[in-house]
Design a protein around this ligand. Structure first.
Ligand code: ADP
Ligand code: MG
Length: 722
């Protein structure tokens, strides 16, 4: 019995007729083994019963012309050159086929033979002609390859004629028979999947269109099942290997913090906090993804979770993707702690006022927080703390809660006892960084909470983050009205500026996002500066500021602070403000050349306004020139629902672009499309996780295990070691 893993162990050069030369052509196309070869699926099929009419075939494109040979001639115009020319027709038109030094074609293309010629049709001296096409003789089947009604057409492999590929696949399948099937029979019959051998044979050599459908369904399931099995193993592994700890939850710190909030948590926030608390209470380490629309209030939930660790005498950390965001988290968390009377408050301006609101003195349960980025250090207990003092305080455990950027995971930063780690806006970080943060813990693995405001359709999140549990903040704090979005062409820019003026006159503030510049940072800087001076003239009576990525962090922070304090009316910005910025008094966002931004970026940007009591407005200035640009603008104008936008985004971009570095080793999807095939994905997930529950190290499913190892490669190797 041949297993797929075994076929993955046979080098492509070993297939008879391949050899080294063609072998290297195949390898260049990614066909390295027999498993790759039989997994080289047809791009389409020609239906011999419904041939495309010759007269309708387009020029200069790879096409297949099917017709009857009318006449064939052979010439030897000079020594060493043989030209065979054959004319085929189907009654609607005719095409001449020309071959050089392929004498055998003269016999092959005998008058009356029905053939399919694949290649490009070109106009040559007023006639339609194909030069050296690939030929399949349809009524004289070679090894039965063209006996079905449907002839497979393969994606091209440079340097190898399609006919060879078809023949090699055919021979390989024949030699691999009988092929074993690792998907357990009960699953197959419940899902009405054909067996593996049938699937491979029918996807390559179908006799009916329904054969192709059945084969595809089965092979798509295989791809999704392998992926989900790898994820299930990863998850189990994490649980098994984690040296977690069981926290006591509902500690005094968290309770006081929640009681001190200036608002009541939403129901969704309570629910999510409950989910996190039950993870914290459990003995294994938490791996939880918290998804929530921009402005849904993830930060407070995270702080409440971190305070549980602090109550227990350990430390917690938040890692933010940018300096500005880390700085903002520091300020926000400090002020919430102050309100709750939990900050030692040496730097606090509001402490005295707050103290009178609470019976207890604020210093009996101080929570010491520190900001640590590559450019800044700050604490809430010692305004003069130096970097090395802060590092010492983190190492000794004196600091309870550390807020930072990726500086946190750098060498030289040691924690006394890190127990809860929060990663904000995960899409900016790779998995590697997540692991590094985990490694900062000494005692046990920290409980990990990953927060993202990039809404990910569920179908994608279970794949991208399949090893994580997912919580959803699916409710906005009360009183928010959705941001009203309008689209103006450039010619009506002045109207956008008028809206900005009106809002500023009413005491609000505005963002203007500069056109996206992708060429270089220098260009981006130049364009932002130019836009700033232009707008400074447009708004000569207003206070206009500029923030961009090339500014040093303290300068960025200074500008953001000034904007927060209301000292800037209009903040001209690049996408540095995209994530997380929270200035509730900002109510208008104007995005220039909006169609050039990605959909999730636009959605994030729009999330910067409408965060307070006043309704927000978003104005997209855009004259979209591409279909995708048009679609993005239309989608933005149409909905504020981040999940809906994420789905549209995926459809526009395709699944390939979303995997990126994350899990790339586990993703080997040739036929499956997790968006289109989301139902199958859920089924595969259910079955894969159930299988791993029953057989955690796949010791009773040895073949499946070998297959994952062989097809998903080294990156999953660690999952399979026992
Ligand atoms: P995000 O989920 O985008 O990170 P934040 O945590 O920054 O959202 O919260 C957005 C804003 O909403 C903040 O100003 C925060 O103080 C406020 N907020 C959070 N929870 C609530 C709530 N339950 N009621 C009212 N306002 C809230
Ligand atoms: Mg946030």
């Amino acid at each position: 019995m041949a297993s797929l893993a075994r076929l993955a162990g046979i080098k492509i050069e070993e297939v008879s007729g391949v050899g080294n030369g063609r072998g290297s052509s195949l390898r260049r196309s990614g066909i390295k083994t027999v498993a790759d070869l039989v997994g080289w699926f047809p791009r389409r099929y020609i239906d011999r019963t419904r041939n495309p009419e010759l007269a309708l075939l387009p020029l200069d494109e790879e096409v297949t012309a099917v017709g009857k040979v009318q006449k064939t001639s052979i010439r030897r115009p000079r020594r060493g050159l043989v030209i065979v020319e054959s004319t085929i027709t189907d009654g609607t038109g005719s095409v001449s086929l020309v071959f050089f030094n392929q004498d055998f074609r003269y016999r092959q293309l005998s008058e009356g033979a029905e053939i399919a010629a694949s290649g490009k049709i070109q106009r040559f001296k007023g006639k339609l002609r194909m030069s050296s096409p690939t030929v399949d003789v349809l009524d004289r089947p070679v090894e039965g390859l063209a006996t079905g009604r449907l002839v497979p057409i393969y994606p091209g492999v440079k340097g190898v004629k399609p006919g060879y590929i078809r023949r090699w696949i055919h021979n390989s399948l024949r030699r691999s028979s009988p092929m074993s099937d690792p998907i357990p029979e009960p699953i197959r019959s419940e899902l009405e999947l054909v067996d593996r051998e049938t699937a491979y044979n029918q996807i390559h050599f179908p006799s009916e269109p329904t054969d192709v459908d059945n084969a595809r369904r089965r092979l798509i399931f295989d791809e999704l099942f392998r992926l989900e099995l790898a994820l299930a193993l990863q998850k189990r592994r994490q649980i098994a290997e984690s040296r977690g700890r069981a926290h006591a939850v509902g500690g005094e710190l968290a309770e006081r913090f929640l009681a001190g909030l200036p608002y009541a948590l939403t129901e969704a926030q309570w629910r999510v906090l409950g989910e996190i608390r039950s993870d914290l209470r459990a003995p294994h380490a938490m791996h939880r993804l918290l998804q929530g629309e921009v402005g849904s209030g993830k930060t407070v939930v995270a702080v409440a979770a971190m305070l549980e660790a602090v109550s227990g005498g350990s430390q917690a950390a938040v890692m933010a993707p940018t300096e500005v965001l880390a700085g903002q988290h520091f300020l926000g968390i400090r002020s919430l702690l102050e309100r709750a009377g939990l900050s030692p408050g040496e730097e606090s301006e509001t402490r005295l006022g707050m103290e009178s609101l609470f019976a207890e003195p604020s210093s009996d349960l101080p929570v010491r927080i520190a900001l640590l980025t590559s450019a800044q250090v700050r604490t809430n207990y010692d305004p003069g703390a130096t970097r090395s003092e802060v590092l010492d305080a983190i190492a000794s455990g004196k600091v309870d809660l550390v807020i930072g950027t990726h500086a946190l995971i750098q060498e030289g930063v040691a924690f006394g006892d890190l127990a809860v780690a929060v990663v904000d806006e995960q899409h900016r970080f790779g998995v590697g960084q997540r692991v590094l943060l985990k490694d900062k813990a000494t005692e046990a693995d920290p409980d990990l909470l990953i927060m993202t405001a990039t809404p990910i359709p569920r179908t994608l999140s279970i794949t991208l983050y399949g090893d994580l549990d997912v919580s959803h903040l699916d409710e906005m704090p009360p009183g928010r009205s959705p941001v009203a979005t309008s689209v103006f062409p450039k010619t009506r820019q002045a109207e956008a500026w008028q809206v900005v003026r009106e809002e500023v006159a009413a005491g609000r503030q505005a963002f203007v996002v500069c056109p996206l510049v992708e060429e270089s940072e220098k260009m981006e800087l130049a364009s932002a500066t130019a836009e700033f001076s232009r707008l400074s003239k447009v708004f000569s009576d207003l206070r206009v500021g500029l923030i961009h990525g090339q500014l040093a962090s303290p300068d960025k922070e200074a500008i953001m602070s000034a904007f927060r304090r209301g000292e800037i009316d209009v903040l001209v910005s690049t996408t540095v403000i995209e994530v997380g910025i929270d200035v509730p008094n900002a109510t208008v966002m104007v995005i220039e050349d909006a169609d050039r931004f990605g959909l999730s970026q636009l959605h994030q940007l729009r999330g910067r306004v409408g965060r307070g009591e006043h309704p927000g407005r978003c104005i997209l200035i855009s004259d979209p020139s591409t279909p995708e640009g048009k679609a993005r603008i239309a989608a933005m104008a149409d909905t504020n629902d981040g999940f809906r936008l994420a789905e549209i985004d995926l459809t526009l971009r395709g699944q390939g672009t979303v995997f990126g570095a994350r899990q790339s080793g586990m993703v080997d999807l040739k036929l499956a499309d997790i968006i289109r095939d989301y139902r199958e994905l859920f089924v595969a997930r259910r079955e894969a996780f159930a299988l791993v529950d029953r057989d955690p190290d796949l010791s009773h499913h040895e073949e499946m295990k070998e297959e994952i190892r062989a097809l998903l490669g080294e990156k999953v190797e660690w999952l399979l070691k026992s």
